[in-house]
Design a protein around this ligand. Structure first.
Ligand code: FES
Length: 101
């Protein structure tokens, strides 16, 4: 799937992968603002993104553990996700994720 990250500087970075998490793809491709400090175990919130409005249904809601983690972060909206918890699959092709910063 191809996933577009939009950084807080409005840089658009298209990443592509078949598996793993959206966070891993972002880190591999040097997307600024996605650090993935905890390695993807939902405990750091350095992979916070806002899902583009039209893609919310595709990506789905945050899990309960994820929501608890998000609550501690700034700039949380109802479209917030931790992108290490977004599994890359064909169904996600074309989604857009805004780096929450
Ligand atoms: Fe740490 Fe996602 S990488 S919560």
């Amino acid at each position: 799937a191809k996933i577009t990250f939009i950084t807080t500087d409005n840089e658009h970075i298209v990443v592509e992968g078949e598996s793993g998490s959206a966070m891993e793809l972002a880190v591999q491709n040097g997307v600024q603002g996605i650090d993935g400090d905890c390695g993807g175990v939902c405990s750091c919130a350095t992979c916070h993104v806002h899902v583009a409005e039209g893609d919310v249904a595709k990506v789905g809601p945050a899990s309960e553990i994820e929501q608890d983690m998000l609550e501690l972060d700034d700039n949380v909206t109802e479209r917030s996700r931790l992108c290490c918890q977004i599994d890359v699959s064909d169904e996600l092709d074309g989604i857009v994720l805004h780096v929450a910063g």
